[in-house]
Design a protein around this ligand. Structure first.
Ligand SMILES: Nc1ncnc2c1ncn2[C@@H]1O[C@H](COP(=O)(O)OP(=O)(O)OP(=O)(O)O)[C@@H](O)[C@H]1O
Ligand SMILES: [Mg+2]
Length: 327
């Protein structure tokens, strides 16, 4: 079994448990998920990362009961998402990646209907608080059709939270959302997390994941290739990043470890000796360097390193990493 003992939560019953989950499409010809196993403890703020098509939404759809796994088990606070669907679904608030809404209702009506769907009565105070927290108070009576894309996404977040679920799942909630709402949304979700709600988040904004998530899983082609505390993932990989500008061609030996965006070059280094080595190589090649900075590697650097399959496996995740990149 992989990744069984990595849950950090104090309470024993996991908020979400994925056990050996697989999913195939096109009559079994395409495998979108391949033996995914991990637990998310109660109260965690957990990030699920991976490039487009890695399988994040497929995993969340299985969790939400919107798609059926081809193999394996998924449970929410002990309730199996297939055998005990209603109990599992009640514990979950899901913000889907796709914008789905009923064009005939106002924002407030949509939230009332969603409350009714979960059998929650007298929910006006909480609906008002959600509208306020998500900056939707002045749109409460607007028809869903009249909202911009970012506002519709805010309504989806409100809908997911209307029955106060203990487990909140957000599939790219900030895609297309402006900076201000992103900040208010994260403050609100962080508050719910402090109050004990478990959060599972997928996002392509890695600085958000780095700031918010205590633990992260990385999916690549349907397999887990990293699963660790965010701080340990950052510590265990390239520690430093040299950033500079140059108009010259980079010495060939540095190319494999360099990320080049126009004139800007970023080169990772694992320790101070490697930093010196890179600088010496640049000097020897008479490569002119402007605006040199040496900073800490961030989650984006770690993510790219892992996705490019050149990661230095850590003791804790070695088995998973090897298994993940072996395919
Ligand atoms: N209904 C479907 N039929 C066939 N293939 C599908 C279906 N849904 C997803 N896939 C395929 O499964 C793989 C995983 O898709 P998924 O939507 O889970 O990725 P993702 O990690 O959420 O990506 P993104 O970051 O783009 O949202 C992709 O190759 C996708 O094309
Ligand atoms: Mg997706």
């Amino acid at each position: 079994m992989r990744e069984q003992n990595t849950s950090t939560a104090g309470k024993s019953l996991p908020a979400i448990s994925f056990q050996n989950v697989s999913k195939t499409y096109r009559g079994g010809q395409f495998r979108a998920l391949d033996g995914v196993s991990f637990d998310i403890g109660q109260g965690e703020f957990f990030g699920l990362l991976g490039p487009n098509g890695a399988g994040k939404t497929s995993l969340i759809s299985i969790l939400a009961g919107l798609a059926q796994a081809s193999g394996g088990q998924v449970s929410v606070l002990g309730a199996d998402v297939v055998k005990d669907y209603a109990a599992a679904r009640r514990q979950l608030g899901i913000v889907p990646q796709e914008l789905v809404f009923d064009p005939f209702f106002s924002v407030r009506e949509s939230l009332r209907i969603q409350s009714g769907y979960f059998g929650v009565r007298n929910n006006e105070a909480w609906i008002d608080e959600l509208l306020h927290e998500l900056g939707l108070s002045d749109k409460a009576n607007a028809n869903m059709r009249q909202l911009s894309g970012g506002m519709k996404r805010r309504v989806l977040v409100a809908q997911a939270l209307v029955h106060r679920p203990p487990v909140i799942v957000l599939d790219e909630p900030t895609a297309g959302v402006d900076v201000e709402l992103r900040q208010t949304l994260w403050q609100f979700i962080a508050r719910l997390n402090r109050e004990g709600h478990t959060v599972l988040l997928t996002t392509h904004y890695l600085e958000e994941a780095e700031a918010l998530c205590g633990r992260l899983a990385m999916l690549k082609q349907g397999r887990i290739v990293a699963l660790d505390r965010t701080s340990d993932l950052l510590k265990g990989r390239a520690a430093s990043m040299l950033r500079f500008k140059t108009d010259a061609a980079l010495p060939e030996v540095l190319l494999p470890q360099a990320r080049i965006t126009g004139r800007i070059v970023q080169i990772k280094a694992h320790d101070a000796a490697e930093v010196e080595q890179v600088l010496a190589t640049l000097r020897a090649a008479h490569c002119p360097v402007e605006d040199l900075e040496i900073g800490r590697a961030d989650l984006e650097d770690v993510f790219l390193e892992i996705m490019q399959g050149e990661a230095r496996p850590q003791a804790q995740t070695q088995a998973q990493v090897q298994e993940g990149v072996a395919a």
